[in-house]
Write a protein that binds this ligand. Sequence first.
Ligand SMILES: *Cc1c(COP(=O)(O)O)cnc(C)c1O
Length: 370
Amino acid sequence: MSEDSPASPQPVSAPTPDPGWRPSTVAVTAGRPEHRPDQPLNEPIVMASTYVAGGDLEYGRYGNPTWAAFEEALGALEGGRCLSFASGLAAVATVLDLVGGDAKVVAPRHAYNGTVLQLGDLEARGRLRTELVDVTDTDAVVKACEDAALVWLESPTNPALEIADIETIREAAHDAGAYVVVDNTFATPLLQKPLDLDVDLVVHSATKYLAGHSDVLMGAVATRDEELYAVLKGRRDLLGAVPGTLEAWLALRGLRTLHLRVERAQANAQELVRRLSAHPAVGEVRYPGFGGIVSIVLAQGAMAADLLTRKTRLWVHATSLGGVESTFERRRRWKSEPATIPDGLVRLSVGIEDVDDLWDDLRTALDDVV
Ligand SMILES: *Cc1c(COP(=O)(O)O)cnc(C)c1O
């Protein structure tokens, strides 16, 4: 050390985001280490299965600074406290573990397929009862809430892209003393903040838009209810569905550009919706008006849809969604997809490429399947 080195570095500003900052600023700012001289700007990947005793962490399953940085950033965006999980379905399982015995769970029949499969599995083993509803039929959902212990919402749904009346359903569910959960994977906190609508829990597959680069599996839950947070943290400690440290770091790195990616994907999607609607091979276009997911139903049905997914050069035939690259698939190629989803439905996850290149590739393939 030279003589004129500063003695001990002092914090020069707290990392806490200003409460007035807007979402784009929060996405860039939240979950950073304190600003001290020579402190990295980003929370490092902390590889640790155990910690020196006497602190808050103690063991790698109970906490990790890299998860905490991601949780702080997503929590700031959703407006609550956040817990990260090994995958979206690990988060779903931990939330469903809140209720048991004879408890009734109401869920959209077109919720994410894995969520519906989990509910079916739990029901088959006598762990809960499930009532699947058409989430667009608000009266029917409100009625189903009457004896519910937990009401699961997904809006928009995957891949039907239906919208739920979250506020009306939340009110009915709370009147019945039920928890209300919203899977916010499709909308992201930039397009919809369910905690502002007074729901109890928000669930994410961080695998999708939050991480955003098709290279990570991760999940998350956010809540404003300290008691629920503590219960879920306890369940995560016990069940062990914790994320990997590298995954948390990559997800946070992805989150830094969430606003740019969502803005571009949405603009591309809106333009593609206009063009797709006029194409004779397309029988129906489903788009809720926001976000980067579009579902089309091929006029000629399933075979035309399968053909389409083999004819593109830019669009990648792959499941999953929310990455920077445009992907698509015929959903009913999965045996577990409900028969109420049209056989010829292709879900498009619109990426951030140039929209004219996306359209040229898609149009050329569609021209071939008319
Ligand atoms: C993918 C997805 C999930 C499950 O998340 P994983 O990370 O794959 O476990 C849950 N909900 C929705 C809406 C999804 O798209």
